[in-house]
Design a protein around this ligand. Structure first.
Ligand SMILES: CSC[C@H]1O[C@@H](n2cnc3c(O)ncnc32)[C@H](O)[C@@H]1O
Ligand code: ZN
Length: 429
């Protein structure tokens, strides 16, 4: 379908904080084919009026656990260790594939409705997440989270291989598959090496939790005499493209390792605040040229998947922590949520900014809301005033998946009903 968006303001993101005012954008065969004045005779299947709207790249949630929306508001006000071991892991042991399918659909509906077009998920029953992705029309990286099981060390590695064979580059290349050892505290060094070897065999990336809490770092020094980042670096992990969720408690030496090895840290501000884990030294990493992106983590530690909230928090928290208003400026936070996310997912040539030739993943924001007047500065509006429910239209891979806030691919009423039903059932298992 050829789509023409007329008279629209655009934040392209790849041109610092430059804004294109009242221009036109033309989409052909799923890609942005022209921005600016257009010939009269172009073929248009669908015209969108861009007046009073703002167009920007779709947001990229670089670290999440989609199935965890089933456990939203289920275990709160706890630290990570208690939360995982006392509440989450016992409940996750009871989840089945159908639960994950409906939980992931719920998450995808919420993400589309708040402007996210791509994600990187780490969970289990990932075939079901693939099925949900196919129905929703989203773009995503699927990673089977692996907690080592010494009794059956090969099972989850084989699941990852199967997942890769079935889904990698499928659905018009909207799906990628990576290898996901959960964390250095749930995988032995020997097993981590096996996951690294698998990523090399499949020629794909790694997705892992690293240095999330002070306890994790202290335990790592006790066990291995080094930080989690130095530990996995010494094992050879960073020879593969690595997405490292959290990186909260990191030293200057750790930051240098991340920089020298082109590691992609993901900042999850809401989850880190809520689990009382701390806050990552984001501005220090950005200053070194590290492409820090943003994620929500799961809906059980956040407790929502609205990336505009993460973008806002990233900018605000870092200013307060550094006592420096320019710590993470508005446009940097937007870049973290878009282009840097594309780098993390290995998709920077295809998505993450509004450029001719890139795939048409974009969102239109309704700027005719009271909290968005007056319009002094559109970049500031996105960082400090917009929230996810201001997103009006979402386009992924050139397909309109939401228009005027109406979802085109998903039946949200059915999804809400099914998740409610499955959650009640889960509590009685
Ligand atoms: C084995 S699939 C992924 C695994 O990760 C757990 N998880 C969710 N949030 C976090 C977090 O912030 N740190 C570490 N682990 C987390 C999730 O519950 C799954 O068990
Ligand atoms: Zn996580």
């Amino acid at each position: 379908m050829n789509i023409l968006i007329k008279d629209i303001d655009i934040i392209p993101v790849n041109r610092k904080d430059e804004i294109l005012k009242s221009t036109n954008l033309y989409i052909q065969k799923g890609r942005i084919s022209h921005i600016g004045n257009l010939r009269e005779d172009i073929k248009v299947d669908k015209k969108i009026d861009g007046k009073n709207k703002l167009l920007m790249p779709g947001l990229i949630n670089s670290h999440t656990h989609l199935g965890m929306s089933l456990l939203r508001n289920f275990a709160d006000d706890m630290n990570l260790t208690d939360w995982l071991t006392k509440k989450i892991w016992p409940m996750e042991a009871k989840l089945n594939g159908e639960d994950i399918y409906w939980g992931s659909l719920l998450s995808m509906g919420e993400m589309i409705m708040t402007g996210t077009t791509s994600f990187c998920d780490m969970y289990f029953f990932m075939d079901e997440v693939g099925r949900a992705l196919e129905n929703s029309g989203m773009r995503g990286v699927l990673t089977r989270g692996i907690i080592e099981d010494p009794k059956n060390p090969k099972e989850k590695l084989n699941e990852t291989k199967e997942l890769y064979k079935k889904w990698n580059n499928s659905l018009n290349e909207k799906v990628k598959v990576m290898v996901a050892p959960h964390a250095p505290y749930t995988c032995s060094p020997e097993f981590l090496i096996k996951t690294i070897e698998l990523s090399e065999e499949l020629n794909t990336g790694i997705h892992i939790h690293l240095s999330e809490t002070k306890k994790e770092v202290e335990d790592s020094f006790k066990l291995y005499g080094k930080s989690p980042i130095k530990h996995v670096y010494d094992l050879g992990m960073f020879n593969s493209h690595t997405i490292a969720a959290h990186c909260v408690h990191i030293s200057d030496e750790d930051i240098d390792i991340l920089m020298e090895n082109n590691v992609y840290p993901v900042n999850n501000p809401a989850s880190n605040l809520k689990l009382a884990s701390g806050f990552a030294p984001v501005s220090k990493m950005l200053k070194k040229g590290i492409k820090v992106s943003l994620g929500t983590d799961g809906a059980s530690s956040n407790n929502n998947l609205d990336m505009f909230k993460e973008l806002n928090l990233a900018s605000l928290v870092n200013k307060a922590v550094d006592l420096e208003p320019l710590s993470v400026p508005a446009i940097k936070a937007i870049e973290m949520a878009t282009l840097n996310g594309a780098f993390a997912l290995g998709l920077e040539k295809e998505v993450g900014s509004i450029e001719v030739g890139k795939k048409a993943d974009m969102i239109l924001i309704d700027m005719d809301k009271p909290h968005l007047y007056p319009k002094h500065n559109l970049v500031s509006a996105i960082s400090y005033s917009v929230n996810g429910t201001d997103v009006d239209t979402v386009i992924i891979d050139g397909n309109i998946v939401m228009e005027n806030r109406e979802l085109k691919t998903l039946d949200m009423e059915k999804i809400k009903y099914m998740t409610e039903k499955r959650t009640k059932d889960l509590l009685n298992r």
